[in-house]
Write a protein that binds this ligand. Structure first.
Ligand code: KG4
Ligand code: ZN
Length: 357
């Protein structure tokens, strides 16, 4: 089964073609991503209106390129998938409407994919990870610990009460005058900094539930920076290192709580799966590895280009749903807000999911 996938929920315009084989394995035939980072950099973050307009301008070309690189014509495509949310609504409308048009004209089934579900299922494309597994999703917009039990069957075990982890990295970078996106810059600065110089809080530590809260950490960092301003290069590096260490400690503690909840409710997970741009951070990857080892499971961290937003994950989620007969009608609505655990799994799908573990 071959599916075209379209992603436009944030600042990447992406399209991809993915094949899903009978045995449940997957293969990426093409994966084209155009990042809008340069168009938003001057504003220190994504500007929704600019993003939506940029998607309109390039999406047709990106789709044509994905089809060409895959070397398949529309006659070989079994379905068209688009991220229908959650995300910036202008961009979501662009991607979903385009997918509807293709589905209508080419007479193909449409699959409206939840962007978070696509992140959640990527490990099955890259590593054929069997259900159930524990997902740690950390990006600029999301920080979640999720029990992934089947296609359409997600239980959120923890989330952030305020900022997402990627957002905290971006705000730290902005505060310290580093560029956007902030994660990679903060990580680079942290390498030559002293992580023990500033005593920053580790919010929610030792709580039984697996939620995050990062705004207190952000404020504490700002106060430390203000105390010693003007900042030298070494001050910036030390602040970055201290911030990153606090995040690493928080991830370890919160995810350990999440894995405990997972085990208590669903038994041992088959893997700890990392997704989202933050999973690119080497210090965070290291702590995820340590944690996986500690709880006796393995870490599945898809390659970086599949951790960040891309079309292949949408096409793959579309293929997984299509394989279960889960399609959408052309009047399906785009959604700015769409929590993972609100995904209504068709009753039959759940039963069949169990069969194709
Ligand atoms: O998944 P993603 O590409 O886009 C969405 O937000 O959906 O994630 C981007 C986020 C940004 O906040 C960025 O600062 C963060 O991931 N990020 C990192 C690193 N690389 C990207 N955070 C920490 N360390 C990194 N190396
Ligand atoms: Zn994402």
């Amino acid at each position: 089964m071959i599916v075209l996938g379209i992603e436009t929920t944030c600042d990447e315009t992406a399209a991809a073609v993915v094949e899903r084989f009978e045995d449940g394995r997957g293969k990426i035939l093409s994966n084209v991503v155009l990042s809008q980072v340069s168009e938003h950099a001057a504003f220190g973050g994504v500007v929704p209106e600019i993003a939506a307009r940029a998607h309109v301008e390039v999406l047709d070309i990106i789709i044509a390129r994905a089809m060409e690189q895959a070397g398949v014509g529309y006659d070989r495509i079994d379905g068209v998938a688009a991220a229908a949310g959650p995300g910036l609504i202008g961009g979501v409308i662009v991607g979903l409407t385009t997918a509807k048009a293709i589905a209508l004209v080419r007479n193909k089934p449409l699959v409206a994919v939840n962007h978070l579900e696509a992140h959640a299922l990527t490990a099955r494309l890259t590593d054929a990870t069997p259900f159930p597994y524990c997902l740690f999703l950390a990006s600029g917009g999301h920080t979640q610990i999720v029990a992934v039990r089947g296609v359409g069957d997600y239980v959120r075990l923890g989330t952030t009460q305020d900022d997402a982890i990627g957002e905290a990295f971006d705000k730290t970078a902005k505060l310290l005058g580093l560029g956007y996106p902030g994660g990679p810059q903060v990580e680079k600065e942290a390498e030559r900094g002293n992580p023990g110089r500033f005593a920053l809080p580790r919010p929610m530590r030792h709580r039984k539930e697996a939620d995050f809260s990062l705004s207190g950490l952000k404020t504490a960092l700002r106060l430390e920076a203000e105390k010693i301003a003007p900042l030298s290069d070494q001050d910036v590096a030390d602040l970055c290192a201290s911030f990153q260490q606090a995040i690493v400690d928080v991830v370890f503690d919160r995810l350990r709580a999440g894995l405990r909840l997972f085990r208590a409710r669903f038994g041992a997970p088959n893997a700890l799966v990392a997704a989202g741009g933050v999973a690119a951070n080497q210090a965070i990857r290291k702590v995820l590895n340590r944690l996986a080892f500690e709880v006796g499971t393995t870490l599945v961290a898809p390659p970086l280009e599949l951790c960040t937003d891309n079309g292949a994950m949408i096409a793959w989620a579309g293929a997984e749903r299509l394989a279960l007969g889960l399609t959408d009608t052309l009047d399906v609505a785009p959604r700015a807000r769409w929590p993972l655990d609100e995904i209504a799994a068709a009753e039959g799908a759940l039963r069949r999911t169990a069969a194709y573990k």
